[in-house]
Design a binder for this molecule. Structure first.
Ligand SMILES: NC(=O)c1ccc[n+]([C@@H]2O[C@H](COP(=O)([O-])OP(=O)(O)OC[C@H]3O[C@@H](n4cnc5c(N)ncnc54)[C@H](OP(=O)(O)O)[C@@H]3O)[C@@H](O)[C@H]2O)c1
Length: 307
Protein backbone atom coordinates (compact mmCIF):
# COMPACT_ATOMS: atom_id res chain seq x y z
CA UNK A 1 0.00 0.00 0.00
CA UNK A 2 0.96 3.68 -0.27
CA UNK A 3 1.66 5.72 2.86
CA UNK A 4 3.29 8.94 4.03
CA UNK A 5 6.15 8.20 6.41
CA UNK A 6 9.58 9.22 7.62
CA UNK A 7 12.70 7.22 8.44
CA UNK A 8 14.54 9.86 10.49
CA UNK A 9 13.46 12.83 12.59
CA UNK A 10 13.80 16.25 11.02
CA UNK A 11 12.17 19.12 9.15
CA UNK A 12 8.92 18.63 7.16
CA UNK A 13 11.01 17.57 4.14
CA UNK A 14 11.81 14.21 5.79
CA UNK A 15 8.22 13.18 5.05
CA UNK A 16 8.16 10.72 2.14
CA UNK A 17 5.42 9.04 0.13
CA UNK A 18 5.79 5.49 -1.15
CA UNK A 19 5.15 1.77 -0.76
CA UNK A 20 5.10 0.06 2.63
CA UNK A 21 3.88 -3.41 3.67
CA UNK A 22 0.11 -3.79 4.14
CA UNK A 23 -1.02 -4.09 7.78
CA UNK A 24 -2.93 -7.21 8.86
CA UNK A 25 -5.92 -7.31 11.22
CA UNK A 26 -4.85 -9.13 14.40
CA UNK A 27 -7.25 -10.67 16.94
CA UNK A 28 -9.91 -8.12 17.95
CA UNK A 29 -8.88 -5.74 15.16
CA UNK A 30 -10.47 -4.53 11.94
CA UNK A 31 -8.56 -3.66 8.80
CA UNK A 32 -9.85 -0.37 7.40
CA UNK A 33 -9.39 0.98 3.87
CA UNK A 34 -8.63 4.58 4.78
CA UNK A 35 -10.54 7.19 2.77
CA UNK A 36 -9.31 10.22 4.75
CA UNK A 37 -6.90 10.90 7.62
CA UNK A 38 -6.23 14.16 9.43
CA UNK A 39 -3.19 16.13 10.51
CA UNK A 40 -2.98 16.83 14.25
CA UNK A 41 -0.65 19.15 16.13
CA UNK A 42 1.15 16.15 17.62
CA UNK A 43 2.15 14.77 14.20
CA UNK A 44 4.83 17.33 13.41
CA UNK A 45 6.14 17.08 16.98
CA UNK A 46 6.55 13.30 16.58
CA UNK A 47 8.28 13.84 13.22
CA UNK A 48 10.57 16.56 14.65
CA UNK A 49 11.66 14.27 17.50
CA UNK A 50 10.04 16.25 20.30
CA UNK A 51 8.59 13.04 21.79
CA UNK A 52 10.31 9.67 22.31
CA UNK A 53 12.65 8.75 19.42
CA UNK A 54 11.07 6.43 16.85
CA UNK A 55 12.33 2.86 16.85
CA UNK A 56 10.38 1.25 13.96
CA UNK A 57 10.99 2.59 10.47
CA UNK A 58 9.43 3.52 8.16
CA UNK A 59 7.36 5.43 10.73
CA UNK A 60 3.82 6.29 9.60
CA UNK A 61 2.25 9.12 11.63
CA UNK A 62 -1.47 9.87 11.89
CA UNK A 63 -3.92 9.46 14.74
CA UNK A 64 -7.40 9.68 13.20
CA UNK A 65 -9.10 8.48 10.04
CA UNK A 66 -12.35 7.52 8.33
CA UNK A 67 -12.78 4.59 5.97
CA UNK A 68 -14.38 1.24 5.18
CA UNK A 69 -13.80 -2.11 6.95
CA UNK A 70 -12.05 -4.50 4.53
CA UNK A 71 -11.11 -7.44 6.80
CA UNK A 72 -11.98 -8.73 10.28
CA UNK A 73 -9.52 -10.14 12.83
CA UNK A 74 -10.43 -13.13 14.99
CA UNK A 75 -13.27 -12.46 17.40
CA UNK A 76 -14.62 -9.29 15.80
CA UNK A 77 -18.42 -9.54 15.80
CA UNK A 78 -19.73 -5.96 15.79
CA UNK A 79 -18.58 -4.97 12.31
CA UNK A 80 -18.91 -6.50 8.83
CA UNK A 81 -16.78 -6.02 5.74
CA UNK A 82 -18.05 -2.91 3.97
CA UNK A 83 -19.06 -0.98 7.12
CA UNK A 84 -18.07 2.69 7.06
CA UNK A 85 -16.26 3.65 10.28
CA UNK A 86 -14.15 6.41 11.79
CA UNK A 87 -11.75 6.33 14.68
CA UNK A 88 -8.80 7.56 16.68
CA UNK A 89 -5.78 5.29 17.24
CA UNK A 90 -4.96 3.89 20.68
CA UNK A 91 -2.45 5.90 22.71
CA UNK A 92 0.95 4.73 21.45
CA UNK A 93 -0.36 3.59 18.06
CA UNK A 94 -0.27 5.76 14.93
CA UNK A 95 -0.16 4.99 11.18
CA UNK A 96 -3.31 6.66 9.80
CA UNK A 97 -1.39 8.43 6.96
CA UNK A 98 -1.86 5.32 4.84
CA UNK A 99 -4.21 3.49 2.48
CA UNK A 100 -4.96 0.86 5.17
CA UNK A 101 -4.86 0.70 8.96
CA UNK A 102 -5.39 -2.19 11.42
CA UNK A 103 -7.03 -1.03 14.64
CA UNK A 104 -8.77 -2.46 17.72
CA UNK A 105 -12.45 -2.73 16.78
CA UNK A 106 -13.61 -1.68 20.27
CA UNK A 107 -12.40 1.91 19.73
CA UNK A 108 -13.89 2.38 16.26
CA UNK A 109 -17.34 3.91 15.66
CA UNK A 110 -19.77 3.78 12.76
CA UNK A 111 -19.52 6.75 10.40
CA UNK A 112 -22.74 8.77 10.32
CA UNK A 113 -24.29 8.48 6.84
CA UNK A 114 -24.76 12.23 6.44
CA UNK A 115 -21.07 13.03 7.02
CA UNK A 116 -18.33 12.45 4.45
CA UNK A 117 -15.14 10.54 5.17
CA UNK A 118 -13.14 13.79 5.10
CA UNK A 119 -15.49 15.34 7.66
CA UNK A 120 -15.32 12.33 9.96
CA UNK A 121 -11.52 12.13 9.70
CA UNK A 122 -11.36 15.79 10.73
CA UNK A 123 -13.50 15.25 13.82
CA UNK A 124 -11.86 12.33 15.63
CA UNK A 125 -9.01 13.52 17.83
CA UNK A 126 -10.08 17.16 18.05
CA UNK A 127 -13.60 16.12 19.08
CA UNK A 128 -12.33 13.66 21.70
CA UNK A 129 -9.92 16.26 23.07
CA UNK A 130 -12.50 19.06 23.17
CA UNK A 131 -15.17 16.88 24.81
CA UNK A 132 -12.80 15.38 27.40
CA UNK A 133 -11.41 18.83 28.21
CA UNK A 134 -14.58 20.94 28.32
CA UNK A 135 -17.10 18.41 29.62
CA UNK A 136 -15.10 15.84 31.60
CA UNK A 137 -12.14 17.86 32.93
CA UNK A 138 -13.41 21.45 33.24
CA UNK A 139 -17.02 20.35 33.81
CA UNK A 140 -18.23 23.57 32.23
CA UNK A 141 -21.78 24.55 33.15
CA UNK A 142 -24.51 26.71 31.62
CA UNK A 143 -24.10 30.35 32.55
CA UNK A 144 -20.34 30.11 33.13
CA UNK A 145 -17.74 32.06 31.16
CA UNK A 146 -14.80 30.30 29.50
CA UNK A 147 -11.73 31.76 27.78
CA UNK A 148 -10.58 29.45 24.96
CA UNK A 149 -7.05 30.25 23.79
CA UNK A 150 -6.31 29.80 20.07
CA UNK A 151 -9.95 29.76 18.90
CA UNK A 152 -9.28 29.09 15.20
CA UNK A 153 -7.32 25.86 15.75
CA UNK A 154 -8.77 22.38 15.37
CA UNK A 155 -9.48 21.48 19.01
CA UNK A 156 -10.64 25.01 19.84
CA UNK A 157 -13.01 25.10 16.83
CA UNK A 158 -14.84 22.17 18.39
CA UNK A 159 -14.48 23.42 21.97
CA UNK A 160 -16.06 26.80 21.22
CA UNK A 161 -19.14 25.08 19.82
CA UNK A 162 -19.43 22.51 22.64
CA UNK A 163 -19.14 25.31 25.21
CA UNK A 164 -21.93 27.26 23.51
CA UNK A 165 -24.03 24.09 23.33
CA UNK A 166 -23.60 23.69 27.10
CA UNK A 167 -24.89 27.25 27.51
CA UNK A 168 -21.66 28.97 28.52
CA UNK A 169 -20.37 32.38 27.41
CA UNK A 170 -17.27 32.00 25.23
CA UNK A 171 -14.37 34.42 24.96
CA UNK A 172 -11.62 33.42 22.53
CA UNK A 173 -8.31 34.69 21.17
CA UNK A 174 -7.53 34.75 17.44
CA UNK A 175 -5.61 36.82 14.92
CA UNK A 176 -7.75 39.32 12.99
CA UNK A 177 -7.91 37.12 9.87
CA UNK A 178 -9.75 34.46 11.90
CA UNK A 179 -12.31 36.65 13.68
CA UNK A 180 -15.16 36.00 11.24
CA UNK A 181 -14.44 32.27 11.51
CA UNK A 182 -14.50 32.07 15.33
CA UNK A 183 -17.58 34.34 15.41
CA UNK A 184 -19.33 31.92 13.04
CA UNK A 185 -18.56 29.11 15.52
CA UNK A 186 -20.39 31.02 18.25
CA UNK A 187 -17.72 33.00 20.13
CA UNK A 188 -19.34 35.84 22.11
CA UNK A 189 -16.18 37.93 22.57
CA UNK A 190 -13.06 37.80 20.41
CA UNK A 191 -9.69 39.20 21.36
CA UNK A 192 -7.12 39.99 18.68
CA UNK A 193 -4.17 38.73 20.71
CA UNK A 194 -1.72 40.41 18.33
CA UNK A 195 -3.19 43.86 19.04
CA UNK A 196 -4.46 43.51 22.61
CA UNK A 197 -3.17 41.93 25.84
CA UNK A 198 -5.86 39.39 26.81
CA UNK A 199 -4.92 39.70 30.50
CA UNK A 200 -6.06 43.34 30.41
CA UNK A 201 -9.25 42.64 28.43
CA UNK A 202 -10.55 39.64 30.39
CA UNK A 203 -11.10 38.86 34.07
CA UNK A 204 -13.37 36.81 36.33
CA UNK A 205 -13.60 33.75 34.08
CA UNK A 206 -14.90 30.49 35.53
CA UNK A 207 -12.70 28.42 33.22
CA UNK A 208 -9.83 28.61 30.74
CA UNK A 209 -9.08 26.09 27.99
CA UNK A 210 -5.57 26.68 26.67
CA UNK A 211 -4.70 25.11 23.30
CA UNK A 212 -1.68 27.39 22.65
CA UNK A 213 0.74 26.65 25.49
CA UNK A 214 3.93 28.36 26.66
CA UNK A 215 3.65 31.93 27.88
CA UNK A 216 0.00 32.15 26.71
CA UNK A 217 -0.89 29.29 29.03
CA UNK A 218 0.97 30.75 32.01
CA UNK A 219 -0.57 34.21 31.59
CA UNK A 220 -4.03 32.64 31.38
CA UNK A 221 -4.11 32.06 35.15
CA UNK A 222 -4.64 35.79 35.70
CA UNK A 223 -8.09 35.85 34.02
CA UNK A 224 -9.66 33.29 36.40
CA UNK A 225 -11.96 34.14 39.28
CA UNK A 226 -11.06 32.65 42.68
CA UNK A 227 -12.08 28.99 42.48
CA UNK A 228 -11.70 28.95 38.70
CA UNK A 229 -10.17 26.08 36.77
CA UNK A 230 -7.86 25.89 33.77
CA UNK A 231 -7.15 22.98 31.39
CA UNK A 232 -3.96 22.78 29.30
CA UNK A 233 -3.35 20.55 26.25
CA UNK A 234 -0.31 22.27 24.69
CA UNK A 235 2.01 22.44 27.71
CA UNK A 236 3.28 18.87 27.80
CA UNK A 237 1.95 15.84 29.64
CA UNK A 238 1.22 17.69 32.88
CA UNK A 239 -0.52 20.97 33.61
CA UNK A 240 1.87 23.83 34.38
CA UNK A 241 2.26 24.62 38.08
CA UNK A 242 -0.33 27.23 39.02
CA UNK A 243 1.13 30.52 40.29
CA UNK A 244 -2.17 31.03 42.19
CA UNK A 245 -3.39 28.96 45.11
CA UNK A 246 -7.05 29.84 44.57
CA UNK A 247 -7.41 28.21 41.11
CA UNK A 248 -6.78 24.72 39.76
CA UNK A 249 -4.59 23.70 36.80
CA UNK A 250 -5.67 20.50 35.04
CA UNK A 251 -4.26 18.26 32.29
CA UNK A 252 -7.18 16.53 30.51
CA UNK A 253 -6.98 12.77 30.08
CA UNK A 254 -8.05 12.09 26.52
CA UNK A 255 -9.25 8.48 26.37
CA UNK A 256 -9.71 6.81 23.02
CA UNK A 257 -13.10 5.15 23.11
CA UNK A 258 -16.18 4.51 21.00
CA UNK A 259 -18.53 6.28 23.43
CA UNK A 260 -16.86 9.67 22.88
CA UNK A 261 -16.76 9.12 19.10
CA UNK A 262 -20.49 8.40 19.12
CA UNK A 263 -21.07 11.56 21.14
CA UNK A 264 -19.07 13.57 18.57
CA UNK A 265 -21.18 12.06 15.78
CA UNK A 266 -24.41 12.86 17.66
CA UNK A 267 -23.39 16.48 18.29
CA UNK A 268 -22.55 17.01 14.62
CA UNK A 269 -25.52 15.20 13.11
CA UNK A 270 -27.90 17.09 15.44
CA UNK A 271 -26.45 20.39 14.24
CA UNK A 272 -25.12 21.42 17.66
CA UNK A 273 -21.55 21.34 16.33
CA UNK A 274 -20.43 21.83 12.75
CA UNK A 275 -17.32 20.37 11.18
CA UNK A 276 -14.36 22.81 11.37
CA UNK A 277 -13.09 24.36 8.15
CA UNK A 278 -11.13 21.72 6.21
CA UNK A 279 -8.18 22.13 3.83
CA UNK A 280 -7.54 19.02 1.73
CA UNK A 281 -4.16 17.53 0.85
CA UNK A 282 -3.02 14.37 -0.94
CA UNK A 283 -0.90 11.91 1.09
CA UNK A 284 2.00 12.74 -1.23
CA UNK A 285 1.81 16.34 0.11
CA UNK A 286 2.48 15.41 3.76
CA UNK A 287 5.57 17.63 3.97
CA UNK A 288 3.55 20.69 2.90
CA UNK A 289 0.73 19.84 5.33
CA UNK A 290 3.23 19.47 8.19
CA UNK A 291 4.82 22.83 7.39
CA UNK A 292 1.40 24.51 7.69
CA UNK A 293 0.56 22.66 10.93
CA UNK A 294 3.93 23.51 12.43
CA UNK A 295 3.40 27.18 11.53
CA UNK A 296 0.67 27.23 14.25
CA UNK A 297 -1.59 29.65 12.37
CA UNK A 298 -3.88 27.32 10.49
CA UNK A 299 -7.66 27.57 10.56
CA UNK A 300 -9.68 24.44 11.34
CA UNK A 301 -8.26 21.14 10.07
CA UNK A 302 -5.88 19.77 7.44
CA UNK A 303 -7.13 16.47 6.01
CA UNK A 304 -5.53 13.95 3.62
CA UNK A 305 -7.99 12.67 1.01
CA UNK A 306 -6.59 9.17 0.56
CA UNK A 307 -9.11 7.66 -1.88
N1 LIG B 1 -4.88 14.90 23.43
C1 LIG B 1 -4.17 16.01 23.48
O1 LIG B 1 -3.60 16.31 24.50
C2 LIG B 1 -4.12 16.90 22.30
C3 LIG B 1 -4.95 16.62 21.23
C4 LIG B 1 -4.93 17.48 20.15
C5 LIG B 1 -4.07 18.57 20.17
N2 LIG B 1 -3.24 18.79 21.21
C6 LIG B 1 -2.31 19.94 21.20
O2 LIG B 1 -3.09 21.10 21.27
C7 LIG B 1 -2.48 22.15 20.51
C8 LIG B 1 -3.48 22.71 19.53
O3 LIG B 1 -3.71 21.79 18.51
P1 LIG B 1 -4.77 22.10 17.39
O4 LIG B 1 -4.56 21.05 16.35
O5 LIG B 1 -6.11 22.29 17.93
O6 LIG B 1 -4.30 23.56 16.97
P2 LIG B 1 -3.68 24.06 15.69
O7 LIG B 1 -4.60 23.52 14.69
O8 LIG B 1 -2.24 23.76 15.72
O9 LIG B 1 -3.98 25.63 15.73
C9 LIG B 1 -3.18 26.53 16.23
C10 LIG B 1 -4.07 27.77 16.40
O10 LIG B 1 -3.49 28.53 17.41
C11 LIG B 1 -3.68 29.90 17.11
N3 LIG B 1 -2.62 30.64 17.74
C12 LIG B 1 -1.28 30.57 17.51
N4 LIG B 1 -0.63 31.37 18.38
C13 LIG B 1 -1.57 31.95 19.17
C14 LIG B 1 -1.53 32.87 20.25
N5 LIG B 1 -0.38 33.38 20.69
N6 LIG B 1 -2.69 33.19 20.85
C15 LIG B 1 -3.86 32.70 20.43
N7 LIG B 1 -3.97 31.84 19.39
C16 LIG B 1 -2.84 31.47 18.78
C17 LIG B 1 -3.69 30.00 15.59
O11 LIG B 1 -4.63 30.98 15.22
P3 LIG B 1 -4.23 32.40 14.61
O12 LIG B 1 -3.77 32.16 13.20
O13 LIG B 1 -5.49 33.16 14.72
O14 LIG B 1 -3.09 32.91 15.45
C18 LIG B 1 -4.16 28.62 15.14
O15 LIG B 1 -5.49 28.66 14.71
C19 LIG B 1 -1.23 21.54 19.87
O16 LIG B 1 -0.13 21.86 20.68
C20 LIG B 1 -1.52 20.05 19.91
O17 LIG B 1 -0.35 19.27 19.94
C21 LIG B 1 -3.26 17.99 22.29
Amino acid sequence: MKAAFFVEHGEPEVMRYGDVPDPVAGPGQVLVDVHAASVNGADWKVRAGKYAPITDVPYIPGRDFSGVVSALGDGVKEFAIGDAVFGVCDVGQEAAYAEKIAIRSAIVARKPKNLSHTECAALGLIGLTALCSVEDTLQLKAGETILIQGGAGGVASFAIQVSKHIGARVITTASAANHDYVRSLGADQIIDYQAQDFTKAVSGCDAVFDTVGGDVGMRSFTVLRPGGRAAFIASGNAAPASPRRDVVALRPKVGRDRAHLERIAALVTSGAVRVPEITLYALSQAAAAHAVSEGRHLRGKLVFKVR
